[in-house]
Structures are given as C-alpha cells and as structure tokens.
Design a binder for this molecule. Structure first.
Ligand SMILES: Cc1cc2nc3c(=O)[nH]c(=O)nc-3n(C[C@H](O)[C@H](O)[C@H](O)COP(=O)(O)OP(=O)(O)OC[C@H]3O[C@@H](n4cnc5c(N)ncnc54)[C@H](O)[C@@H]3O)c2cc1C
Length: 443
C-alpha cells in the first residue's frame, strides 16, 4: 500500500483518487480552494442555481466505468442522468434554425433536410461516417490507452478524403474549416461542424480534420444532463472518494513536488508544510499552457429570469452569429419555483459588445429575455485544453501521463488525453492502471 499525494480536486484528480484508493493505496488530495470539482462549479443566488463549468455530459460510459470499478453502486444509482432531446438547436446567421434529436442518425438527417433543404442531412451523415473512421483509428491510442512512446503515427490525420474527390486532397491533410467548406456545400452546415471545434477553444482554420470526431462523439453517444446540474456529478465522485477513505485537505496550495533520489517524494505546500509520499499525481495545470491545445477564455453569464420556462424550450441553443451558447435546463432544482427560469450563456472571449451584446444575441433562443431579466452574474472562466486530436504532426497531443520525474503522474486536461469530462476521466483510469503496474488504460 503506497502513500499517494494528489494535487487538486478537479474531476481528473477525483477520479484518479477514487480508483487508487480502491486499489488499496492511502490517498490524500491537496486542493488549494475550499471545495472539490475544479471547473465543474456552481453559482447559487436567490434560489437560482447555475453550472459555471460544463452544462452537459458526453460519453457517460467513462463515469459509468469509474463507478463500477470503485464500488457497488452504479453511476445511475448515485446521480439522475438523462438524455437531452433535442440535443442541440442551431440558429444560423441567416435566421434559419434546426433542432437536432439526440443520438438519432435518421432523425438528424430528416431534421437537416427539413430545415436546410434536401441532401443536407445526407451530406452531414456522410461526413460523420468518415469521422467514424477517425474514432475507430484513435479510440484506443487517444482515449483508452496511455500515450505511446512513438507518437509519430498520431501525427498523421486519419480523416479519410471522400472517395469521389480524393484527388483534390492529395495536397495534404485538410483542416476542419477546409473539410467544412469542401464537403458540406452549405455555410450553415459548415458553421455547425465548426461549432464543435470552437466549443473546445479550437480554431477551425488550424485544427485538423480529425476534429470531426467531436460531433461524432455527441451524435453517437448522446448528450446527457445530470439532474441538479453537472455539479451533482462532481458531488457523486467526491462522495465515492470519501466512501473509499480518500483524505481531503482543502485550502492546501501546493508550491512544488519534492524530489528525492531522482524521484517524486512528496509535496511542499505554500504555507511551508512538507508532505511525504511514495507517488504524486498532479491534476494541476502546468505553466504555460500550450496555446494550440484548445481551451481559451470564455465567460459564463448566469441569468435569473422571471416567468416560466416553456416546456418545448431546447436545453442547448447555439447562436452562430454571436458564438453564444444558451443553456436552459429543464430542471426544477435550478430555479426558486416554476414561475422563474435559470439560463446560462457561454460566450467566448473577447466579448465583442460586452454583456449587453450577448444578452441581445441570446434573445434568438429566449424571446423577451431582457424584459424577463431579474439580474445577471458574469463568471469569468478560463476553459482548459480541449481533447487530444490526431494529425497536424502531433500539435494537438497532450503530454504523457507519466511525468519525466519518476513517481510523478499527470491527470486532467493538461495531460493525455486532454480536456472534456470524459477525457479527464480517462486520464484517471490510465494513471491508476500505470501506478498499479499495468500498461495504462481501461481494459
Ligand atoms: C466554462 C467551461 C465549460 C466547459 N464545457 C465543457 C463541456 O461542455 N463538456 C466537457 O466535457 N467539458 C467541458 N469543460 C471542460 C471540463 O470542465 C474540464 O475538462 C474538466 O472539468 C477539467 O478537469 P479537471 O477537473 O481535472 O481540472 P480543473 O477543473 O482545472 O481542476 C484543477 C483543480 O486543481 C486545483 N489546483 C490547481 N493548482 C493547484 C495547486 N498548486 N495546489 C492545489 N490545488 C491546485 C484547482 O483549484 C482545481 O480545483 C468546460 C470547462 C469550462 C471551464
């Protein structure tokens, strides 16, 4: 049984702590803030409750696996998880809008044909068919397994050129923006594709075509919401850690990892406290964070509205002209009563035109929003890196989980396989397996 010190109590670190404690280790988490969950945080005021981090979950299988491997109670017995339908509504620059059903290929094709014209649905589905090849080629090396020592194969983009136009692409691997322009033949479909990159802070003009795997995740594995808000997922993972006797020290700011005899031997806290450990797992960001790895600034604007939430309001609407994502969870626990509504806006920085412009844009999703507004709260948020992607000569890979210093491992969005809730969950599975002497991975 080893003494393991974990830095940070973000989702990656919590998931690693639960797995390591289940493996019989003595695990202590040192978190600089007063609470757990990291970016999965919440803002509460006057009976309104808002997620100030992610508002939705994709690929819940990663957290199902965590709960199965760390105890008898399944994820579903600890949180109320449900699919969001429609999964997303897009409002395009020309005013056209389309609501896409959750995880239904036929439903998405029909909705796109209806809204954008015949053939639009098939073009989108064909593109996702090619993205499936990216998923098949990268699922193991980029999600489930530890990063291979030789990353050269991951520097090549597995996104296949469409057969009839293959000759056109021999000049080199296209970017996501090029794929959007060449294969979708409709600026609205192109905007839809590019949104999935922008949502993780990637620039579609730079990010490789393999980023088509991002909409593939959502369309294939569905879009999920945790009742009570996404913070309820952090609460459940924290509760699992406590049940597995993980020890938590909040308000414990780690200054550095202590090195002894060429390996990690503990932590030095900012207050001067020294902690001895056999192994250290860091869920804290390094500095500086590579700018090409996605992420980037955004603000989350919490809106307290008078008036009920209409039953048919989509959970998530993307207003493409402004880059604003509007979240309207159908969840009574987020509002004081049914005569009020809690709405969250995710707005990328720089915030052109300020909060007022974001509110005006959001009226495309919430008619009369500014008349209904009781108050708003702006929550600045620095989104972590996005998920690792193949292609672009490896620019979008994250550092491997074992750090150069023996005995030190990295979890969370700044390490392989990058950010998003499922990806950080996978980093925890990889690290727990490596520490247990395995090859790193969930199988
Ligand atoms: C606004 C926003 C929207 C997002 N939307 C989505 C989404 O739609 N889908 C999705 O999958 N993901 C989304 N994400 C990303 C997702 O939240 C993250 O990938 C994931 O939660 C971050 O992983 P983490 O918890 O390991 O890291 P973090 O949340 O960054 O946690 C790191 C923790 O370490 C602590 N820490 C840092 N340094 C130290 C130190 N020196 N000593 C002690 N403690 C330290 C911090 O206080 C923090 O608690 C979003 C994130 C944000 C911010």
């Amino acid at each position: 049984m080893a003494r393991i010190a974990v830095i940070g109590a973000g989702m990656g670190a919590l998931a690693a702590a639960a797995r390591l404690a289940t493996g019989g280790h003595r695990v202590t988490v040192y978190e600089r803030s007063a609470t757990y969950g990291g970016g999965v945080s919440r803002y509460e005021r006057d009976g309104f409750v808002f997620d100030t981090g992610p508002g939705l979950l994709h690929l819940p299988a990663v957290y199902r696996d965590l709960f199965i491997k760390t105890g008898r109670e399944t994820l579903e017995s600890c949180v109320s998880l449900r699919q969001v339908d429609p999964a997303i509504r897009h409002v395009f620059d020309d005013g056209t809008s389309v609501s896409l059903p959750n995880a239904s290929r036929a439903g998405v094709i029909a909705a796109l044909d209806d809204a954008l014209g015949p053939g639009a649905g098939t073009r989108w589905a064909d593109l996702l068919g090619r993205a499936r090849e990216v998923w098949e080629a990268t699922r193991r090396p980029l999600l489930e397994d530890a990063l291979a020592a030789d990353t050269a194969p991951l520097g090549r983009d597995p996104y296949p050129a469409p057969p009839v136009r293959r000759g056109l692409f021999r000049r080199g691997a296209p970017t996501l923006a090029e794929v959007a322009a060449r294969e979708l033949s409709d600026p609205r479909l192109a905007a839809m594709l590019e949104h999935y990159a922008v949502a993780y802070g990637f620039d579609p003009a730079i990010v490789p075509a393999s980023a088509t795997v991002l909409p593939y995740f959502e369309h294939t594995f569905g879009t999920w919401y945790v009742d009570g808000g996404m913070r309820a997922l952090a609460e459940a993972v924290y509760a699992r850690c406590v049940a597995r006797r993980v020890d938590f020290r909040f308000g414990a700011d780690v200054a550095e990892v202590v090195e002894k005899d060429g390996r990690a031997a503990g932590l030095l806290l900012v207050d001067g406290t020294r902690v001895e450990a056999d192994t250290v797992v860091s869920g804290a960001p390094p500095a500086p964070v590579a700018p090409t790895a996605g992420g980037g600034g955004r603000v989350v604007i919490c809106l307290a509205l008078a008036g009920p939430r209409p039953d048919d309001a989509p959970h998530r609407t993307v207003i493409h002209a402004a880059g604003v994502t509007v979240l309207r969870p159908d969840d009574p626990s987020t509002r004081p009563d049914d005569a009020h509504e809690a709405v969250t806006l995710h707005v990328p920085l720089p915030l052109a035109g300020g909060t007022e412009a974001a509110l005006r844009a959001a009226e495309a999703a919430v008619p009369g929003l500014r008349d209904r507004l009781l108050w708003h709260h702006v929550h600045p948020s620095s989104a972590p890196p996005g998920p690792a992607l193949a292609g672009a000569s490896g620019t979008f890979l994250l550092p491997p989980n074992p750090a150069p210093l023996p005995g030190l491992y990295r979890v969370g969005p700044w390490a392989h396989p990058g950010g998003t809730l499922p990806h950080t969950g996978m980093s925890a599975a990889i690290v727990a397996d490596l520490i247990a002497g395995g090859p790193g991975g969930s199988r």
